[in-house]
Design a binder for this molecule. Structure first.
Ligand code: PEP
Ligand code: MG
Length: 325
């Protein structure tokens, strides 16, 4: 199997009916970088910048952040990299950072909320990112955006930082693209607003699932209670894919869903054309999509999302996959 996947590395990831699906990897540390080339991925769809902060014993300085981001961009070569600004707080605690006890940390002072309230931290990170990407394209997205105003505020911080660097005569990226993660359900009902503002969207299915069903993603007792391919999740994702595609805004899905071939199959059926996953999933997902027709799977998914559907989508997909080996 492993060898079979290796052989696929340089094959374009295209369905039988000619639909190109971009496959990216999720990464967060230097050790992940060789995976970009090894897997034959199209780039890094999610770079989790908080990992550097989580393994450090104090706040990494701007220079240390810069060094990591520069190494990441160099390893990716001309493939795109999407950096996510710090997603700390909640379950991602920094031992050296004073944090108040929270009763519901997943819904607490975390990610972009913390970033906007403590702009110093966010500015230091953005400065490092802007400088590391000097002379090329920089793609940055913000985690846990719950309302379009939060995106506006985050963009302002970026713009202020660009002005600052320009005034100091520092080299800047050729192009800066800003995106929002869609992982808080409130944003599902502000897609029109967010799509007018962003250069791209990225769906965090782990958190979106957690908040849609109110099931703690880390609590084994409840985490498996609902199917990730249930109509509620599928319809939410379809709305995101449809609206983004209609608006011409590129959308990627970067949660764990994309790492499982059956789930990835469903995502293609919903209209997603860019998936970001664990590096080891690239081979299996690519092997799957080379065997299918996007049109056929779209029809199957559509049919099973109708209220009168006679059986769960997961069963139908399993059967579909089994028929095709
Ligand atoms: C997600 O929520 O799906 C996601 C990609 O981000 P993380 O798993 O880091 O929260
Ligand atoms: Mg998340």
């Amino acid at each position: 199997r492993q060898e079979q996947y290796l052989a696929l590395r340089h094959k374009p990831s295209r369905t039988r009916d000619g639909c190109d699906i971009k496959l990216y990897i999720n990464a967060g540390l230097l050790v992940d970088l060789p995976h970009v080339k090894e897997s034959g991925a199209d780039g890094i769809g999610l770079f989790r910048t908080e990992l550097q902060f989580m393994i450090a014993s104090q706040f990494p300085r701007t220079g240390e952040q810069y060094a990591l981001y520069k190494a990441v961009l160099e390893a990716a070569g001309d493939r795109p990299v999407t950096f996510r600004t710090l997603d700390i707080g909640g379950d991602k605690v920094l031992p050296y950072m004073h944090q108040v006890e929270e009763e519901n940390p997943a819904m607490g002072w975390r990610a972009i909320r913390l970033g906007l309230d403590r702009p110093g931290l966010m500015r230091s990170q953005l400065r490092a990112l802007l400088q590391a990407a000097a002379g090329r394209e920089l793609r940055v997205m913000f985690p846990m955006i719950s309302a379009s105003e939060e995106f506006d505020q985050a963009r302002e911080v970026v713009e202020r930082e660009i002005t600052f660097l320009r005034r100091h005569g520092k080299p800047l990226p050729d192009l800066v693209k800003l995106g929002a993660m869609v992982e808080v359900p409130s944003l599902l009902f502000q897609l029109d607003e967010i799509l007018q503002r962003t250069d791209f969207l990225s769906v965090g299915s782990n958190d979106l699932f957690q908040f849609l069903y109110a099931v703690d993603r880390g609590n084994a007792r409840v985490a498996g209670r609902f199917d990730t391919l249930s109509p509620s999740v599928m319809r939410a994702l379809k709305m995101i894919a449809d609206k983004s595609n209609a608006a011409g805004v590129p959308v990627t899905l970067c949660g764990e869903l994309a790492s499982k071939p059956l789930e990835a199959l469903a995502l293609i059926g919903l209209g997603f054309r860019q998936l970001s996953m664990t590096p080891s999933a690239i081979g299996p997902v690519k092997a799957m999509l080379l065997e299918i027709e996007a049109a056929e799977i779209t029809e199957l998914v559509d049919h099973h999302l109708k209220p009168e559907a006679d059986r769960p989508l997961r069963l139908a997909l399993r059967e579909f996959a089994a028929e095709r080996g």
